[in-house]
Ligand binder design. Structure first.
Ligand SMILES: Cc1ncc(COP(=O)(O)O)c(C=O)c1O
Length: 320
């Protein structure tokens, strides 16, 4: 049996139309994606609601999944409808109230030249219970590390895509952040402004207005980011899309990350290590504790994903 400490409650995964017991491993080590990161993925969550588990913004995730596959020129053997059905089946079969869902298209076994000319595209879907991404205390606010590595620029890679290989940069910076005692990393873009976290978008709050940056700042267009912008407008909170400098962040009243995994997490401190030639600088953001706008949006988001706000039922897909 495989150790499932980090995959709680995972029973089965879906691979090319068949469900496998979690501990079974049918993949060959010469799978193309294992060597070159030639895979694309999604991170999706299902939440328990009063009428059973529902998947948050599933059509949007499936759409982005196919955009990603297109960026790596994949000839995908399934339609979006089939992928949607397979995701729902995987969640049903694992019998969980709430879970994290990971679909992955990858160039599979066939050849190992960089061009996957004989490697077919395969699909795997897994689901497991994944609580708070950065631990239960993250809601009290996290410390982020602005490291020296600049985020890959949108002129270098198509940032609409969640490309497996592109995430090596996120892993390295995430490890470096933890090595210096921070909770998460943060990237500058090539222009020297703030881009995003390794798996999160950034918002700053100033005088009651929330601001996040545009896609031209080298970020992934997060589905949580889009959702928070819509929720904020509905709550009468003014929103802005525009560049965020380091000074905008350190001078903000509040800041928070958004993402499927982290949901909405307040940021209370910046550790700036972006200049290799000067010592790291620590700055408290706002009052050094989660602020009222972040907490209000976090609660509104959590209510919506759990089906407690009928207006947003449109964002929840039942398992059928
Ligand atoms: C690099 C990056 N930015 C932002 C996000 C947030 O995106 P979403 O809200 O769609 O999960 C993610 C997570 O998928 C990500 O990997």
């Amino acid at each position: 049996m495989l150790d499932t400490t980090h995959f709680p409650k995972a029973k089965k995964y879906w691979l090319m139309g068949k469900l496998y017991p979690w501990s079974e491993r049918p993949l060959h080590p010469m799978v193309h994606a294992l060597h070159y990161g030639t895979s694309v993925f999604e991170g999706i969550r299902a939440y328990g609601t009063s009428s059973g588990p529902k998947i948050f913004r599933l059509p949007e995730h499936v759409e982005r999944f196919f955009v990603s596959a297109d960026v790596v020129k994949m000839k995908v053997p399934y339609t979006p409808e089939e992928v949607t059905a397979a995701i729902k089946q995987t969640v049903r079969e694992n019998e969980m109230e709430s879970c994290y869902i990971r679909p992955l298209f990858y160039y599979a076994y066939g050849n190992l030249g960089l061009i996957p000319k004989a490697s077919p595209v395969e699909l795997v879907i897994a689901a497991w219970e994944w609580g708070s991404y950065m631990g239960e205390t993250a809601v009290n606010g996290i410390r982020v590390y602005l490291g020296p590595w600049r985020r890959t620029h949108h002129s270098q890679v198509d940032m609409r895509a969640k490309l497996g290989g592109a995430y090596v940069q996120s892993t390295i910076s995430g490890l470096e952040a933890r090595a210096i005692g921070a909770d998460e990393a943060l990237f500058l873009n090539i222009e020297g402004r703030i881009a995003e976290g390794p798996g999160e978008n950034l918002f700053v709050v100033k005088n009651g207005v929330i601001r996040t940056n545009a896609l031209s700042e080298s970020i992934l267009e997060g589905i949580t980011r889009t959702s928070i912008l819509e929720i904020a407008r509905d709550l009468g909170i003014k929103t802005e899309i525009g560049p965020i400098s380091t000074g905008d962040l350190t001078g903000a009243d509040e800041a928070f990350f958004t993402g499927t995994a982290v949901e909405v997490i307040p940021i209370i401190q910046l550790i700036d290590g972006s200049d290799r030639n000067t010592p790291r600088r620590e700055t408290v953001i706002g009052q050094g504790k989660p602020g009222p706008v972040s907490l209000r949006l976090r609660q509104a988001y959590l209510d919506i994903v759990r089906g407690k706000n009928p207006k947003y039922e449109k964002w929840l897909s039942p398992l059928d």
